[in-house]
Design a protein around this ligand. Sequence first.
Ligand code: F6R
Length: 245
Amino acid sequence: MRLIRAENYQDVSRKAANIIAAQIQLKPYCVLGLATGSSPVGTYRELIAKFEAGDLDFSQVKTVNLDEYVGLPKDHDQSYAYFMRTNLFDHVNIDQANCNIPDGMNPDTEGECARYDAIIDGFGGADLQLLGLGPNGHIGFNEPAEAFAKGTNKVALTDSTIDANARFFASRDDVPTHAYTMGIGSIMKAKRVLLVVNGVKKAQAVKDCFFGPIRPQAPGSILQLHPDFILVADEDALSLVRDLL
Ligand code: F6R
């Protein structure tokens, strides 16, 4: 694990965007694994600024998103497909035909998981997978469990995840209860993993996942085994491990 310490969220976002920009510049036809949620929004903003400055070309980039809520159509304003369009895709010259995301409206669970795994395997895994970290240590929607999930799967979201996401919906009851997510095995197929994390609310998860034992109860801990894992964390997120650094 390579730790890049950042002062605050803005600094996390700038540092992460620089790494992604370098990836695109070195391999313009790269496959980016992308995440939603609040953590990567600043990173996407920085990437858009680099595009607008003429420093980045997304025309050959392909993407695979981590996850999607089950039951939300692509045009629902809380779907992850909508999030990606409004936070990144609509603002850069990416070909949206090259952007992949699980289909939350596909009722055929097995078929959807197999379809998505075939896309990831067809790419040979992402060149760079961007991740956020849940307050309970989840990556994608791989919640704390008894075992690490290998491929794409349909998960029931935990109460704590539903609570954490309720802020984006009119009420807690509107938060979907299930999601399709890349499995831990699919995430680990990425050649490089870049996780962005900020804030004291994530400090315990950072300690459990990256400074403790590798176990499925702390799903992000598996990343300690990845040969090219970069953690970009701000000082608040590192507040419980400062004496270990
Ligand atoms: C998002 C995802 C989730 C989030 C995590 C952190 O695609 O898969 O694992 O990265 O829940 O969310 P935020 O960034 O909103 O704190």
